[in-house]
Design a protein around this ligand. Structure first.
Ligand code: ATP
Length: 302
């Protein structure tokens, strides 16, 4: 079932579009990564969906919601740089957040304890937030965003400011939450998106340039890289390899020639045939799929 439908949404600041005619929708139960370089418009989209920004044009429809309904009941949102009242304890903050999301004080208190436990923060529930580490604050922020059991959880760059340990804790938590709610999160770290999302939305300069599952996008933009090493002058071989029909281009890094090809089987035949016919001093040959980073660079440049 479609949980969210975004139709031609734009946000214009001083004649410049932060996001431009962005349309997408996704099904409930999915984990979607909003990916893009700095300034691509990720925060603008999330803030618009969270109701914190009014779009200049376009419509946003949440499943089962009418035009004037308060969407705070169905969404949870954690901003990129959340501001925590450092003088409150973790427990006080969650109870307060629950009440803001229309829970009664009693329900908010029960939910706060449940979530402090889930987030591994029960031991520090009575400590003030200013004593929490970055990872603990981020987990508290996620607890705040889900205190009212939203249908859709939106997280803006949830792990980018964390150290490797904090990052791992939050990614594991997101894996777990995926089972219970739909998640939309932004990141510019492609391996995080690869690890936990089902679908990707790729943004660049305010425009949605691709959408789909990781395997769909890989298939669409797939390039294979053949890595070659030789005993002597790489430059000489690069020129010879570049003229083969199945080769798109090549680059030299350290002692390896990286060859981008369209049809890996054909390219393997072409390269090995040329190597044997011309007695190339080939010492190493390996075939690798392009990484998600390579794919992203390719999409962003088109
Ligand atoms: P980052 O990864 O750096 O957080 P982002 O993908 O989240 O980037 P946004 O913060 O949504 O990008 O910004 C998109 C564009 O809109 C940028 O060019 C930004 O400068 C511009 N922008 C955002 N907010 C405003 C504002 N309040 N006034 C003017 N321009 C803005």
């Amino acid at each position: 079932m479609t949980i969210l439908k975004v139709n031609e949404v734009s946000k214009i600041y001083d004649k410049k579009a932060a996001i431009k005619d962005v349309s997408f929708s996704f099904e409930s139960g999915k984990c979607i990564a909003l990916i893009g370089p700095n300034g691509a418009g990720k925060t603008t989209i999330l803030r618009t969906l969270a109701g914190l920004l009014k779009p200049t044009s376009g419509t946003i429809t949440f499943q089962g919601q009418k035009a004037n309904d308060d969407i705070r009941k169905v969404i949870g949102y954690l901003p990129q740089h959340p501001h925590f009242p450092g003088w409150m304890t973790g427990e006080e903050f969650l109870i307060f957040s629950g009440q803001l999301a229309y829970l009664t004080k009693e329900t908010a208190s029960e939910r706060a304890i449940e979530l402090l436990n889930k987030m591994g923060l029960l031991d520090v529930k009575n400590k003030t937030i200013k004593t929490y580490s970055g990872g603990m604050k981020q987990r508290l922020g996620i607890a705040q965003a889900i205190i009212h059991n939203p249908k859709l959880l939106m997280l803006d760059e949830p792990v980018s400011s964390l150290d490797p340990l904090g990052r791992r804790e939050v990614l594991t938590l997101m894996e777990d939450l995926k089972e219970q709610m739909t998640i939309l999160f932004s990141t510019h770290i492609l391996s995080d998106a690869d690890e936990i999302s089902d679908e990707l939305l790729l943004l660049n300069e305010g425009e949605l340039i691709e959408a789909g599952t990781i395997s769909e996008l890989r298939q669409k933009y797939q390039t294979t890289i053949i890595e070659l090493q030789f005993q002597d002058n790489l430059k000489k071989y690069q020129e010879k390899v570049n003229v083969l029909a199945s080769v798109v281009n090549s680059t030299i890094k350290r002692n390896t020639l990286y060859v981008s090809v369209t049809n890996s089987a054909q390219a393997r035949r072409d390269i090995l045939h040329a190597a044997s016919a011309n007695q190339w001093t080939l010492t190493s040959f390996s075939i690798n799929q392009a990484s998600l980073e390579d794919m992203f660079m390719k999409v962003v440049k088109t």
